[in-house]
Design a binder for this molecule. Sequence first.
Ligand SMILES: *Cc1c(COP(=O)(O)O)cnc(C)c1O
Length: 362
Amino acid sequence: MSLFRANIERMAGYVPGEQPQDSGWIKLNTNENPYPPSPAVVEAVTRAARGPLNKYPDPLGTAFRKAAATLLDVDPDWIIPTNGSDEVLTLILRAFVDSTDTVASPYPSYILYETLGELQAARFARIGLNADWSWNAEQVATAQDTAKLVLVPNPNSPSGNLWSRAELLSLVPRQGVLVLDEAYGDFADVPHRGEFLREAPAGRVIVTRSFSKSYSLAGVRLGYGVAHPDLIAGLRKVKDSYNCDTLSLAAGIAALEDQRWMLDNTAKVRTTRTRMTSALKALGFDVVPSQANFVWATHPTRSHRAIYEGLKARKILVRFMTYRDVPTAVDGVLTGLRISVGTDAEVDRMLVGMGEVVGNDE
Ligand SMILES: *Cc1c(COP(=O)(O)O)cnc(C)c1O
């Protein structure tokens, strides 16, 4: 007999990408920024660490919300800071979804959405994407009619493609909320900053943003949600009282105030992304044009698992992905490699390894 709720007993649980704890790896598997955070962030955290750590942090993160609101040109009541943007996704699922509701997201996309749906024992509807990662109108219409929540990463993962605002508007459910996950928004050629919130129906869209990718702060755990204050007020009821700590809030404010640093790093990533895309194509891969800090590469003849293993034997980590029940894939199973954009030196080493693994014997 299991003591767990039936849905918890049934589910497998989300498995994050490998995080090796020994050194010497070229780590291109979980889309971290290869560059360090702003020195102003390190200074702010150090200063905060010398402050009153014996006291609880501000439960609402008032100073942080002001900084984020200034950047996005909204009122601070539109912002909720969270322990990574994954936490704001958790709050959203807990606040809006129970076992009678349907949650929908494009497939393939971020697998965590399905895990969060399982935690609520909700129904999950995959919005099957076309083979070229475009929307299927029929699937979109069904989601719009039936879903309480639609979750969409923009740019998408693992493909890195960006959807237009018009496409996203058609995804707002008739009786629910669209969650726009902008974890990679700062890497797009034309970065977006919640402009969409002003065009979307009021109170029906939540934008989520992360410090883990563009701000080089995956180790700090900070993200935030942006939405109409009525939605934010509901999410606050669900969160832990002190979900963000003094140090991460200080880091976040300093990071937001040094836009130059983030913009310089994302520009470097875009330049390397272009070069990496051409080099992978020259090695025989099909590569989706990416607007994120990773690329989705598939090889027409080689086993993606074998390539992943071959690279791993050389201490190069990329993400091997398997998506099952994809109607547009051969045998219904889509596999591929999601490769983060590292520094130029890291990418060069990955490309050398890749050249050895796929060989030139075709
Ligand atoms: C990395 C990622 C996140 C979450 O990042 P946090 O580290 O929790 O801020 C959210 N959504 C997508 C699609 C991601 O790839």
